[in-house]
Design a protein. Structure first.
Length: 181
């Protein structure tokens, strides 16, 4: 199954929104309330992605994984660290890949594309937040980050522990990612 990684354009908003919703429903089943997961709608996410892809495409890049039929099957979103509470200038906002495309190193390929973009923008360190109960946390841990903090987040009226990981040297993370591919 051939999958290509490329920078997202505004025309990708709908495909990214579909992956965003479906991967939340797949990834967080049994973690986040099923009622909440069932309430997620692609049409609610589409305008958010259109806005993001049109306003901050240069400074907050999004990369997509596209299958041979031209469908988006995964994406990763990057940019400036949002809280200002950590010793990181960059942040990996999200990597989502449809379940049937997981295990094909798409996460690594999407991460690599984003790291290369962040390096061109002279970012030096990167943070990522991940729900503690999310199995995908192991993906990040395999890249040897430092644990930077924890916070409790509220999703649909329930509290969940979120963990922040930091890589103090994006150049080293870039090299590690290449080696894992």
């Amino acid at each position: 199954m051939k999958v290509q990684i490329r920078k997202a354009t505004i025309e990708d908003a709908s495909g990214i929104a579909k992956v965003h919703v479906r991967s939340w429903q797949e990834t967080y089943q049994g973690i986040v309330s099923q009622d909440y997961l069932d309430s997620l709608k692609v049409d609610d996410r589409k305008p958010l992605w259109k806005k993001s892809l049109s306003e901050s495409a240069d400074t907050s890049p999004v990369f997509v994984a596209v299958n041979s039929e031209g469908e988006i099957v995964g994406f990763a979103s990057f940019g400036k660290e949002r809280s200002g509470n950590f010793d990181a200038d960059g942040e990996l906002y999200a990597i989502y890949i449809l379940k049937e495309y997981q295990g094909m190193k798409l996460g690594m390929k999407l991460l690599l594309a984003g790291l290369e973009d962040l390096l061109k923008q002279d970012y030096e360190a990167m943070l990522v937040w991940v729900l503690a109960d999310n199995e995908s946390r192991k993906f990040y841990e395999s890249l040897q980050p430092q644990k930077a903090g924890e916070e409790v987040v509220n999703i649909a009226g329930k509290k969940y522990l979120e963990v922040a990981y930091i890589w103090k040297n994006i150049k080293m993370l870039h090299q590690t990612t290449i080696e894992k591919l």
